[in-house]
Design a protein around this ligand. Sequence first.
Ligand code: NAD
Length: 253
Amino acid sequence: MPQPCVLVTGSTHGIGYGIAEAFARQGARLVINSHLADNGALAKLSALTECHFIQADLSTAAGAVGLVRQAREKLGRLDTLVNNAGTFLDTPFDDLTEELFDRTFDLNVKAYVFASQEFVRGLAPGQEGASIILVGSTNSVMAERHSVAYDASKGAVLMMVRSLAVSLAGRGVRVNGLGPGIVETPLTKRGLDVPGVRKSLNAQIPFGRIGQPEDVGGAAVFLASPAAGYITGQMLFVDGGILAIQKTWEPPV
Ligand code: NAD
């Protein structure tokens, strides 16, 4: 079996980098991406495997399609697409604007759809083992206050996983989701740095700690692997137990 060829969107830092690094450690040939210039991720991953960086803004369908095409050109083929680039732009609900809503959906939903479409169009006849991973969130199934655009976009990701899975099953393409819980990344740094927030979250998460990007990477490698060959249409939550816990009977500490 040749080394798998993997494109991870939004992967110069945060969860995307954690996923790319996990694939790199398995010897996958990689393309990483950001809308910004490379920040040193390319050199770190190139020490582990063949890796290419493509700068591309995924906030338009054309940007998403162009990235997938360029990635295929670099690697010769693509076996796995990880749609990861996403953002959180919510404000208190009364202040949510059409512009913030559209920017959220353009990146978190529209780019996933059209990158996936281009990925599938480029598969070679008879190519086996292709799979798509969509990064959703615990917010795909549970809401946060004042997170309306983000929660709606991540709920859409859950249904996109199922819809793509049933649409592509006949062509042998598996489609699964990853649902991180609360993970320490540049996206969450500002919120996590508010005094008292880390302590409060650590107390609420059954594992007693906030997740790190490397906690998510192994799940992505598994979903793309032959070990997951009969799994499609599923969302694997990587959340330290957040979704498993009932309201507590314990008195506050
Ligand atoms: P992050 O902001 O730390 O990293 C996002 C990555 O996407 C970066 O590499 C950035 O350069 C890239 N990116 C941003 N805008 C882009 C654009 N327009 N075009 C191309 N690339 C772009 O975010 P993160 O926390 O690592 O989140 C990654 C994914 O995981 C997102 O889909 C997010 O919704 C999801 N998620 C994050 C958490 C969390 O707690 N951090 C929890 C659940 C789900």
